[in-house]
Design a binder for this molecule. Structure first.
Ligand SMILES: [Zn+2]
Length: 308
């Protein structure tokens, strides 16, 4: 259930913080059981007060110097005792699984990368999907023709200004192995790195979610669909290869695409079908939405000649 994910992640962070605080507390207790360490600690605490007093404006500067030397001696003694106990100074402090957000999930008023990773992982899991592969431009080593280089250049621009590009949606048409999926995985990976929620799902996976939704209870229906609608960026990969479930496949794809369009969310569809086949299979209402001129770029990979 996707609506329970955020409270679940929050509980997870609370447990991590508790675990790390506990670890530090236990280490301090272990060290304090050592009588020499205990004595050193006690002396160090009182020294801090006397050093401050001696260093004060009318204090005894020689005394301050002597006390500081003593403090350094105590510190090295403390270090030796800790080593004997197989501990370090750091073991006595609270550590963090994610030092960036200190295991709070938020950093600078925004969700930390660790939070977004967890959220995506659990969302994909709750949708019953396998974790998908996300790529970046750095992963791309394939030789490209001039047309494809041009396409990559405009996609790079699109990703950099996301979500403010005029184009919101892409329809990648072309035969298998021409690089449609590869490019959409790069778009998704780049957007994730920029802090957006992006999902790459095959049409078959989505179709299974639709079926589950269709057969499920009402609240679940809302939940699964709204999770898919709310992704900033969604790739519907290999549309046309999924089974056709009556009253489900075409209807739910139309709902998904129409709702995302209405919400201004960006969608990439890759397909081996040509325009006529798309219109035939999914209907005119679907076709008019996925080829909507104002916001959609229809790219035929026949003309871009992708080669590995
Ligand atoms: Zn973090």
């Amino acid at each position: 259930m996707t609506s329970g994910i955020i409270p679940m992640i929050e509980r997870e962070y609370a447990l991590v913080r508790e675990k790390n605080a506990d670890k530090a507390k236990k280490n301090i207790e272990t060290a304090m059981k050592d009588p020499v360490f205990f004595k050193t600690e006690t002396e160090l605490k009182s020294l801090a007060f006397y050093i401050a007093k001696a260093e004060a404006f009318d204090g005894d500067q020689n005394e301050a110097k002597r006390l500081k030397t003593r403090k350094n001696e105590l510190f090295s003694e403390r270090k030796k005792i800790l080593a004997k106990l197989n501990l370090t100074e750091d073991d006595l402090k609270i550590s963090y699984d994610c030092p960036t957000c200190r295991d709070t999930g938020f950093y600078g008023g925004k969700p930390c990368k660790c939070f977004r990773d967890k959220w995506l992982y659990y969302t994909i899991d709750s949708l019953g999907m396998q974790p998908c592969e996300y790529l970046t431009f750095k992963d791309d080593t394939a030789k490209k023709t001039e047309n494809l280089t041009k396409l990559y250049r405009s996609v790079k621009k699109y990703v950099n200004v996301f979500p403010n590009a005029k184009t919101h949606n892409f329809l990648f048409i072309g035969p298998t192995g021409c690089g449609k999926t590869h490019l959409s995985k790069i778009m998704a990976g780049e957007l994730i790195n920029r802090g957006f929620n992006a999902l790459v799902a095959t049409a078959a996976e989505l179709n299974r979610i639709f079926l589950k939704t269709h057969l499920g209870r009402y609240d679940e229906k809302q939940d699964y669909m709204s999770a898919l609608i709310d992704f900033d960026f969604l790739v519907i990969d290999d549309l046309g290869t999924e089974n056709e479930y009556k009253n489900v496949t075409c209807e739910y794809f139309l709902t998904l695409v129409a709702e995302r369009l209405a919400k201004g969310k960006h969608t990439v569809i890759t397909t081996n079908l040509d325009r006529e086949e798309l219109a035939d299979k999914y209907g005119d209402r679907f076709f008019s939405r996925v080829t909507e001129k104002r916001t959609t770029a229809v790219i035929s990979f026949d003309n871009v000649n992708y080669r590995k």
